[in-house]
Design a protein around this ligand. Structure first.
Ligand code: COS
Length: 401
């Protein structure tokens, strides 16, 4: 049983508690039946459809386009990911990608783009994806080399490769970032929505990973995209990407939290029933030490995740530092919690078909995607230094008065 007492924390309102309880009940009934780990494409299609029919995907788009709340409610997104991840990594993945793959449209798209793309995603009728990483540009976004060259007055032509693209191969549309050349580096990127059927876009190869989910390399070759499909202004692509990640990085932390909570729950069950040296495993002080570390890690990660989510929901324009801390700490902690779970399970912990073995594979990618731990450290330190600089400037201005 997963401890849900954190829902009484002051970060939440009754609507959040109700949402988490209802989604948990739904996931307990539905999720296991929808997933076949040997066919992740079909599983994700089923999951998206059923999540849409159940009304859960309304959380990823604004009310005006078939969603739940007027703007993103990051606490709801986090609770959804945490709850789904505790049941099944693929269910969390299917939910999360509908959000990340349309987040740029929600935050920066024209009304026409929102009208076209958001309602089908909320209903589970269309699958979304976010195409930022490249073979030579993952952490260093500004180094991307996919290019967008003007092609007549109303189009651009995309050329280049995108890789490790989640939902690659099953998505109906991709948000693609490319170098449009207004300025060097971060100031010369733009974002576009590209429909999967657009000529010039093809799946170069599918990528098999330790916790399988739909993943691919995409090739753009003379792929003509109308300028009306650009998200935000020319040259604003980096800002579009970073602002989207500001929202979704906390939710990666929440997914890690869900995986960690499940590992802790599984471990408590196991420790109380498995006998060792004539007594339950949980009577051993070394087991107790591990359980204490696991539970403390889970709660501290939850505090950082929901601090970031709450801060964003209070209207903070940027939560770059808070989201980076939440993502980094929750994913690193979850890895350690799950590793301890595997250790306590012993041989069973590395046996296929046992939940903690699956969790052990599921957690690993979360420390890498949407900004690896090392990137989060850079982001956090830069934000601290910026805060200091801003304070110094204020002090100087005050002393001049
Ligand atoms: N929201 C809005 N604007 C932002 C922003 C944010 N969160 N972060 C940066 N910007 C703006 C900056 O303010 C800056 O504009 P100004 O010069 O007008 O101030 C501009 O964007 C460039 O920012 P910066 O100088 O920090 O760019 P860098 O290339 O140095 O950024 C890091 C480096 C590592 C921080 C960035 O590339 C990053 O976050 N990388 C990881 C990306 C990632 O998550 N990849 C995984 C792919 S998704 S699975």
């Amino acid at each position: 049983m997963i401890d849900a007492s954190f829902l009484s924390w002051p970060f939440f309102e009754d609507r959040h508690r109700q949402f988490a309880a209802d989604l948990n009940a739904w996931a307990s009934r539905e999720v296991e039946l929808l997933v076949d780990h040997h066919d992740v494409d079909a599983s994700c299609r089923r999951l998206v459809r059923r999540l849409g029919e159940g009304g859960w995907l309304k959380a990823v788009v604004p009310q005006a386009y078939g969603g739940l709340t007027p703007a993103f409610d990051v606490r709801t997104l986090c609770l959804a990911r945490e709850t789904l991840a505790a049941h099944e990594g693929l269910a969390d993945f299917a939910f999360a990608m509908q959000g990340l793959g349309t987040g740029p449209i929600t935050l920066f798209g024209t009304d026409a783009l929102k009208e076209q793309y958001l309602p089908p995603v909320a209903r589970g009728d269309a699958i979304a994806a976010f195409a930022l990483s490249e073979p030579e540009a993952g952490s260093d976004v500004a180094a991307m080399s996919t290019i967008a060259i003007p092609d007549g007055p109303d189009h651009v032509r995309l050329d280049g490769l995108k890789t490790w693209i989640s939902n690659g191969g099953i998505a109906d549309h991709y948000v693609v970032f490319a170098r449009s050349g207004e300025a060097p580096g971060a100031k010369g990127l733009s974002a576009y929505v590209v429909d999967a059927q657009t000529p010039g876009l093809s799946i170069e190869n599918r990528i098999d990973v330790i916790a399988p989910h739909p993943l691919a390399t995409l090739r753009f070759e003379g792929c003509r995209v109308p300028l009306a499909k650009r998200i935000g202004g020319p040259g604003e692509g980096f800002k579009v990407a970073m602002a989207t990640l500001d929202v979704f990085r906390s939710t990666v932390g929440a997914a890690a939290l869900g995986l960690a909570r499940r590992a802790l729950a599984e471990t408590l069950q196991h420790a109380s029933s498995r006998k060792l040296f004539g007594a339950p495993l949980g009577d051993l002080q070394m087991t107790q030490a591990a359980l204490a570390d696991m539970a403390t890690g889970v709660d501290s990660a939850a505090l950082l995740v929901f601090r970031a989510a709450w801060t964003k929901d209070q209207g903070a324009p940027r939560v770059t530092r808070e989201a980076a801390m939440a993502k980094m700490y929750a994913t690193e902690t979850a890895q350690s919690v799950i590793d301890k779970a595997v250790q306590i399970f012993g041989g069973l912990g590395v046996t296929k078909g046992v939940k903690v073995e699956e969790l052990y594979r599921e957690i690993r990618a979360l420390r890498i995607y949407e900004g690896a731990t090392e990137v989060q450290k850079i982001v956090i330190a830069r934000e601290l230094l910026k805060m200091l600089e801003a304070q110094r400037a204020r002090d100087l201005a005050a002393s001049d008065r």
